[in-house]
Design a protein around this ligand. Structure first.
Ligand SMILES: [Zn+2]
Length: 793
């Protein structure tokens, strides 16, 4: 015991000494960067292979839903009843089922509601901020206690009540007999809840001017939580930031709404004949063969409907197969346009559609549906063809967007006068591409959003970046370029979390889970792997996990497995760490070979001697050069006054010929080429190892770029020497000349250092003195003396 203790103390002491020399944050072992991830990744098994593919015994659960729901426009309330058929495809027996009750996040006592943190600053707070700091915030016009689910029945197939327990946003249903592997269970849930004000993922938007509501309804029915080989039941509570973990199934949904509403939903409508007018059906028919969007409900008709009142109800029936969720939108304000096109040129037609209030025009009519179709095409080319029959973009509130299978709710709204900024235009097209793009990740490549935000947001933002550039060469992309992540990567480490962080704990969700992984993938594609290897591997990942549920390891492994590129160092640096990239070119030493050629060497020696002879006293004495004894008296001269030691003699030439004769042809070429050799001292100051890309600008004005894979750091990931040989003389060296590795500090990338001025503004003299009340009174004509009552202006 004692011995062990003293050993521990000794270790602590040693560590302490080292720590003093090198701060912990900067200490990392040379060579460590290229060690494999090994046990950091889960052990492969028969469900998930070491290659990153689904294993031979891969399984996943399935749930089919039959839902009937009614939207109460008077009270903004949804009432529903559902029958769920849950298929146990696992090898395990289940004694209970877990369902997600995500609407319960709006309940006053929800975990999300009571765990918000932050203080009241010295500048005060608005009543709304105060409310959200001290409780759940306001999500609409109801008291918080009225939000969340009212579960009115949980029953078995025969209608008999099933015991259940609600734990915040989760509900456990206890089964009377365990559900055997391969068996299924049918049960029902009835519920109702008040719709909240749109909060970013779902809710209503109220239009004060015309008194109407647009509804964007999502996570609205109790849904099965996944049970899988990774988590067992994924019953992590809904805290708001981590999105949804879901399983696939077939849906039949009947939605009853006021009869002047237009409904948009996941899946295909089964009864247009009952819910649309003959004119609308006629236009839809026309849209089946149109290459441009056809307006099904015109703006004029929508504006007319805004002023009217419903005379009854209508039920819209939808069917959607093999989806992980179901969402819908409903309003009398909706304009609707659509086109059914052969997106992939394979004869299969897909509907691209948009629903928006007049407040979205002119932007929405011009761009939305075209952006939907473009997204299917662009994403399809780098993953797989979009398998669903329809893709919809709805215009929800001004900013942001939210995705569900086949349908998305997107921002981007012009000013009331119809004008809009460039930012609103590109923001709107970008958000539509992003949210429609989510159909691929995570709606089809069904990653666990509750656990890993980056797996869908990162991959999707990367594809969005590429799709935007395919929309317009000059598209002002916001995320994806390495240079755009530099600010985030330069931030204080206390506010950085690794990409591999659970969704709900991520600090800075936008840069961390969207921009950083998207940038990392772009760097992989352009700089580390090359487009061909990357695109093949990325497509392989998408196809392996299409309609299945991958984990991060499945992605990391597949990218290596399909490309033959060792990427463990990259995943460690970019996904498991928070360190930035900062390479520095601290020194360059220039060497060239002594050729032994007297023509070259003697000329160089002459130059050097001349240089050394140029002293200040010589320069000053030059004017008296003719007054020296030797200059004035020629008898004082001899052989050495005219002897040129640098003149090439036949003996010199003879000696050189003899030397050349001793060399092999290769050695002779090297000697005769007069090659330049440069030793570069490179430092990895940021911590993340990356390829080294260096531009050489030559004396003659031309340039050339040398590229070295990241493995250049494998024997020392802090500092290396690298020799580069060139025929031409290099006058300027620059690291990362095309901004491709997200180097956070470029002032140390040049050798010799290049000076860039810091621009400053010339201010006129500013008076920042403490106000002098007496002077102010005098300047205002002494009004103050008359008393405060007379100072009305
Ligand atoms: Zn997203």
């Amino acid at each position: 015991m004692n011995k062990l203790l003293s050993f521990v103390v000794a270790c602590l002491l040693v560590t302490g000494v080292q720590a003093q020399r090198l701060p912990t944050s900067e200490r990392y072992n040379a060579n460590d960067s290229f060690e494999q991830l090994g046990t950091t990744l889960p052990t492969p098994n028969t469900y998930r292979t070491a290659s990153g593919a689904p294993g031979r015994e891969y399984w996943q659960m399935r749930a089919d839903y039959d839902i009937k729901a009614e939207l109460d426009d008077q009270n903004q309330r949804i009432t529903g009843t559902e029958t769920i058929t849950f298929f146990n495809n696992s090898p395990d027996e289940l004694r209970y089922l877990w369902l997600q009750l995500d609407q319960n996040i709006f309940d006053k006592s929800s975990i999300s509601g009571v765990t918000g943190t932050g203080g009241i600053g010295p500048n005060g707070a608005t009543p709304r901020q105060l409310q959200s700091l001290s409780s759940n915030g306001s999500h609409g016009n109801k008291a918080n206690s009225e939000y969340g689910y009212n579960i009115t029945a949980v029953r078995d197939k025969a209608g008999k009540p099933l015991p259940y327990t609600i734990n915040n946003t989760m509900m456990r249903i206890d089964l009377p007999t365990p559900l055997k592997p391969g068996a299924n269970v049918v049960f029902g849930v009835d519920w109702n809840y008040y719709v909240t004000d749109y909060y970013g993922r779902s809710g209503y938007e109220f239009f004060e001017k015309d008194g109407n509501y647009n509804y964007f309804i999502a996570h609205w029915f109790p849904r099965m939580a996944p049970y899988d080989d990774v988590n067992g039941w994924q019953n992590k509570q809904f805290l708001g930031q981590g999105e949804f973990a879901l399983i696939f199934g077939n849906y039949k949904v009947a939605i009853t709404v006021p009869n002047d509403h237009i409904v948009a939903a996941t899946g295909e409508c089964q009864n247009y004949a009952q819910v649309l007018t003959p004119t609308q059906r006629q236009r839809l028919k026309q849209a089946e063969t149109s290459k441009v969007p056809v307006v099904i409900v015109t703006q004029q008709e929508a504006e007319q409907a805004e002023k009217g009142k419903p005379t009854g109800k209508k039920t819209w029936v939808y069917k959607a197969d093999n989806v992980r969720d179901f969402a819908f939108a409903s309003s009398r304000k909706f304009i609707w346009d659509a086109m059914q096109t052969d997106v992939y040129g394979n004869g299969r037609k897909i509907w691209s559609m948009s629903y928006y209030p007049k407040e979205g025009n002119p932007l929405w009519g011009q761009y939305s549906t075209r952006a939907v179709e473009h997204t299917l095409k662009s994403y399809g080319n780098r993953t797989f063809e979009y398998p669903y029959p329809v893709a919809i973009s709805c215009h929800a509130v001004p900013g942001g967007g939210m995705e569900y299978p086949m349908i998305s709710f997107n921002g981007g709204r012009p000013e009331p006068d119809g004008t809009y900024t460039e930012q609103v235009k590109y923001g709107m097209i970008g958000v539509i591409i992003h949210e429609v793009g989510h159909n691929f990740f995570p709606m089809i490549v069904n990653s666990d959003e509750r656990q890993w935000t980056w797996m869908d947001e990162g991959l999707n933002t990367f594809c969005q970046y590429l799709a935007e550039k395919e929309w317009d060469f000059n598209y002002p992309t916001r995320r994806g370029e390495p240079i755009q992540i530099v600010d985030y990567m330069s931030s204080d480490k206390s506010v950085l979390s690794p990409i591999m962080t659970s969704s709900d704990n991520v600090i800075g969700l936008g840069p961390n889970a969207y921009a950083k992984p998207a940038t990392a993938l772009n760097i992989l594609r352009e700089t580390v792997m090359g487009r061909e290897l990357f695109d093949y591997a990325f497509k392989e990942y998408a196809n392996r996990w299409r309609f299945k549920s991958p984990t991060p390891a499945d992605f990391f492994r597949t990218m290596e497995d399909a490309s033959g590129v060792d990427l463990d160092w990259f995943w460690k640096g970019w996904f498991y760490g928070v360190q930035p990239v900062d390479q520095a070119l601290v020194n360059v030493e220039w060497y060239n070979l002594n050729t032994q050629n007297p023509e070259i060497e003697k000329a160089l020696a002459r130059e050097e001697a001349a240089r050394r002879a140029q002293t200040m006293s010589k320069i000053r004495d030059a004017q008296n050069k003719d007054k020296t004894v030797v200059a004035q008296d020629s008898t004082m001269r001899d052989f050495y006054n005219s002897y040129d030691p640098y003149k090439v003699t036949p003996a010199d030439r003879q000696k050189y010929e003899e030397y050349l004769a001793t060399l092999t042809p290769e050695e002779r070429e090297l000697v005769q080429n007069n090659q330049n050799f440069y030793t570069l001292t490179l430092k990895n100051q940021g911590g993340v190892v990356m390829p080294v890309i260096v531009r050489m600008e030559f004396e003659d004005g031309t340039d050339s770029v040398a590229r070295f894979p990241a493995e250049i750091w494998r024997f020392n990931d802090q500092q290396i020497l690298k020799v580069i040989s060139t025929k031409k003389k290099v006058v300027q060296w620059t690291l990362d000349p095309f901004n491709e590795i997200a180097d956070i500090e470029t002032s140390n990338n040049s050798f010799p250092p290049v000076q860039k001025p810091t621009r400053f503004q010339l201010y006129k003299q500013q008076q920042r003195r403490t106000p002098n009340p007496m002077q102010q009174e005098q300047q205002s004509g002494g009004a103050g003396r008359l008393g405060s009552g007379s100072s009305n202006k």
